[in-house]
Design a protein around this ligand. Structure first.
Ligand code: MSP
Length: 630
């Protein structure tokens, strides 16, 4: 049986309700699933809930409910919210289901039989909130390294010989560079393992909640040991045709659960069972609110469907289009490497400038001009190859990013297509062609524009499926159902567009607070803001193209006494030879940023050319190296 493309999310604790943090992981996985489905893969995408934790039973008790009734309720709340966010999962696993209990007990028995599990006395600290065991020396000011309260645990328990897998784990990580992404996290995992792995305590005394150890019901299996097994339960292990699903092609998660659990305990368990390891695990950064992690106790939970409902109310779009805007925003700001602070202001700003201005208005301009100038019908014919190439470059960039699970950069490429569409309009000025009666040219230009709108619909399809279908309806095209159709063009049939109606309307400024920045308006800044920028004259010492990128060039700059490495998106316009030795203007106090594994330590200034190409700024005559620019 051929193997499917298997995608997982973590299974979520049911002591909390879904929020934009948990939604981020789920949306990222859903976008990955939709993309590979479009590309013709037999995708199996799974999410679910983690229900056997001590903290879940405690949350049930404090809500005055029976644990089972409590987990049933919250698990269905997760499903309701994922359905509302248009998450197209193929299976939903709950760890209280019999299929899972069976798989967990089977794993335990097999590892026990193989000598990977032994019994011993456990003495140590337990962080119920993170469901993690700690040694005395791990504690910081009497709390867990995560800052949670800990309680002393002293009992006979079962241990998994994690320490025995240390070398094999390191070897696997070294031999499989895409096993753990991003690279920064892989490094964290490697140094965590190198510090030495301790055997893991994998049971607790049975307090009436959890999966009992078969043959020793005085113990229940530790929730992390239990939860990780969900990924093979769903695949049908041990009885079904699990080989057609397992190993996972990608396991999505937040960075907090990668190092100790997914990248160490889990692969060691699989090694002990003689099962293959997941191909890739992605541990993305967090979404923060006001710089803090989201949690019910901090009271900073933001519900994703509430953002959508609010947007729908304010902008007048339907709830499903508003959900697409939320999905877009989450994926667009996806903190792959670092963390990201969510603000409603930034949401509004990006909605107005990207979804409304670039995409919705771009499509609306195309459909309106076709309706007004050509009564809605464009003649059959070919395309402008130079612009087809530009769009193709962005589609290729999108594909490359998706293959590396870089949803954020994939979206930049999708958005660039919308920006190209607007540039084409501005450059070709269809209204002038209409005025002068150049009908052939007008048809040609509008045909290209409709084709670009379809390429937008194609790249947006995995991210915002309803929005993509809406674009296709407007431009009279079939909905995108396979990836090949994204760049396809039918040169033999005329195009009939629908009546022009904008997809999204811009959000008007919030009236509540005069201090709130007004979205999408050019905000005025003061001289103090200007003074924050440290602009300096720098000279290019060396330059080289970046492998795997047709846009980026690596520049070695000298700024006074200092050397800087900067990655600049100028490779399409400049060759290394043409800029080595030149002076450029550098923003010298910009926070360094990692791109394709290299650090960019600043940004050089360039103007936008008519086609969006970079035109480098340079002093009028040679200036002292490192001189300030005002
Ligand atoms: N139940 C465990 C996972 C077991 S998987 C075998 C768990 N659950 S959780 O509900 O606490 O978190 C699930 C995932 O959501 C984690 O990957 C976590 O990082 C992610 N997020 C929770 N809050 C988050 C943010 N604020 N930002 C980004 N992701 C975060 O851990």
């Amino acid at each position: 049986m051929p193997k499917c493309y298997y995608i997982t999310t973590p299974i979520y604790y049911v002591n909390s309700v879904p929020h934009i943090g948990t939604a981020l992981t789920t949306v990222a996985a859903d976008i990955t699933a939709r993309y590979w489905k479009l590309r013709g893969h037999d995708v199996f995408f799974v999410t679910g809930t983690d229900e056997n934790a001590t903290k879940v039973a405690e949350a049930a008790r404090s809500a005055g409910k029976e644990p089972q009734a409590f987990v049933d309720e919250i698990s269905s709340e997760f499903r309701r919210i994922w359905d509302g966010l248009n998450i197209a999962y193929d299976d939903f696993i709950r760890t209280t289901e019999q299929r899972h209990v069976h798989a967990v007990q089977e794993v335990f028995d097999r590892l026990l039989k193989a000598g990977h599990i032994y019994r011993d006395k456990y003495e140590g600290w337990y962080d119920v909130s993170a469901e993690t065991f700690f040694k005395e020396s791990d504690l910081i000011d009497g709390k867990s390294p995560e800052g949670n309260e800990v309680r002393w645990v002293e009992e006979e328990n079962y241990f998994f010989r994690l320490s025995a897998f240390q070398d094999r784990l390191l070897e696997h990580i070294e031999n499989n560079p895409s096993f753990i992404l991003p690279e920064t996290r892989r490094n964290e995992v490697v140094s965590f393992i190198r510090q030495g792995l301790r055997d893991a305590c994998i049971t607790r005394s049975n307090a009436g909640w959890g999966i009992p150890v078969r043959g020793d019901e005085s113990h229940v299996i530790y929730v992390w040991f239990d939860a990780l097994i969900n990924y093979i339960t769903v695949a049908g292990w041990p009885d079904g045709e699990w080989q057609s699903t397992w190993p996972a092609d990608v396991e999505w998660m937040g960075k907090d659960i990668l190092v100790r659990f997914h990248a160490t305990l889990w692969p060691a368990m699989l090694m002990g069972l003689g099962l293959p390891l997941p191909k890739t695990m992605v541990g993305h950064g967090w979404v923060l609110i006001g710089g803090e992690k989201i949690s019910k106790t901090r009271g900073n939970v933001i519900a994703p469907l509430q953002i959508a409902a609010d947007l729908s109310g304010r902008s007048g779009c339907s709830q499903d289009l508003a959900v697409d805007a939320v999905r877009y925003y989450m994926a667009r700001t996806m903190p792959f490497d670092s963390d990201y602070t969510f603000t409603h202001e930034d949401f509004d700003l990006k909605f107005n400038s990207e979804l409304v201005n670039d995409l919705s208005n771009g499509v609306h301009r195309v459909v309106s001009m076709t309706a007004n100038f050509l009564r809605g019908e464009i003649s059959a014919g070919g395309l402008d190859e130079a612009w087809v190439d530009r769009v193709r470059d962005e589609v290729t960039e999108f594909e490359r990013s998706m293959a590396e699970f870089r949803i954020d950069t994939a979206i930049s490429a999708a958005l660039s297509i919308a920006q190209l569409m607007n540039k084409y309009i501005d450059e070709k000025k269809p209204w002038e062609l209409n005025k002068s009666g150049a009908l052939d040219d007008l048809n040609f230009v509008l045909r290209n524009l409709v084709w670009m709108a379809k390429a937008c619909a194609g790249t947006f399809k995995p991210i915002a499926p309803v929005l993509s279908d809406r674009i296709c309806d407007l431009i009279g095209s079939a909905k995108i159902s396979d990836w090949d159709s994204v760049m396809q063009h039918d040169a033999t049939n005329p195009i009939r567009v629908a009546a022009p109606t904008p997809i999204y309307n811009r959000l008007e400024k919030k009236k509540v607070d005069n201090e709130t920045p007004e979205p999408n308006e050019q905000q005025e800044i003061t001289i103090d803001d200007v003074m924050k920028l440290e602009l300096r004259v720098a000279r290019v010492l060396d330059a080289a193209p970046m492998p795997d990128s047709d846009k980026l060039m690596r520049l070695d700059l000298v700024v006074g006494d200092e050397k800087r490495q900067v990655l600049a998106g100028i490779a399409k316009q400049y060759t290394p030879e043409s800029i080595i030795g030149r002076q450029v203007i550098l923003i010298a106090n910009l926070k360094p940023r990692k791109m394709r594994g290299l650090e960019s330590q600043g940004m050089i200034l360039a103007a936008d050319g008519p086609g969006g190409e970079a035109i480098l700024l340079q002093p009028d005559k040679d200036a002292p190296e490192g001189a300030s620019v005002h």
